[in-house]
Write a protein that binds this ligand. Sequence first.
Ligand code: FBP
Length: 309
Amino acid sequence: MEGADSDPGDGAADSADPDAVAAAEAVLEAVAAAAPEIRAGLPGRRRYLDDENPSGEDVLAADVYADELLEATLGDIDGVGTYASEERESTVDTGDGAVSVAVDPLDGSSNLESNNPMGTVVAIYDGDLPASGRDLVGAGFVLYGPVTTMVAGVGAPADATIREYLVTGEGDREKLERIELPDDPTVYGFGGRVPDWPDDFAAYVDEVEDELKLRYGGAMIADVSQVLSYGGVFAYPALESAPDGKLRLQFEGNPVAYLVEGAGGRSSDGARSLLDVEATGIHQRVPVHVGNEALIERLEAALDEVPAR
Ligand code: FBP
């Protein structure tokens, strides 16, 4: 993350609907306001429930707590008509607003057991779900690390300025720096078991591990935050056992693509920007690769055949 700036483009982008951008700002403020409560609720909610989410993953009490808190908070915002969460099979109709929010209430929640960082991710789309990443009018994440921070932007993807905020104990946002990926990347982190990586992806890893330092923590938001800070590449790639990878387009792929591209980097499913992947379902999965432009270009060159998406 580089030095402070004079705020060009902070706020509404020309090509996005101003009402949708205002709703996106309100959503990001509400997520920050909920963050201290979500964080304070973690210590007593580290147990698994006897349940699975729509993606077949075990659910922690903390996942459910954060999801219910965010639904109540975000559903009340003027302009928000739909709430969707990784923890719910279907979307929730919250009123007649045009904007839809898609939330991963606790990204990386399996890190609760080991007490490692995790986050809350939010994507704000101008339209119904599932939506294209090109319909985003804002995105952000809260990182529950040693301090609570938010990285966020509003506006159309091509116009967004991405900024880091400190989230205070009262849930207010204090502006920190504008985020731009450093020119000299230093870190990489890739999910999935190594024997499950396709050969072409494994060949790419052979290249980058000679140049970069491994940093992988198992929570996408924390791993992407390292890439935003130090430059590099994060991927949860296609696997032999899961050709669409693990992460979800609406809740994870699109918002991190928006943030990393807004910070001067690139995103890819292996062949194209994640923002150009066709949206086919709420819980659709997609291989996610984000980072410095040159590293993503090399990745796309290294992968043999990437299906149309
Ligand atoms: P959840 O949203 O269910 O926590 O799953 C997503 C995630 O935890 C990502 O944050 C992370 O990148 C990935 O799964 C880690 O998966 P793995 O445990 O296979 O490394």
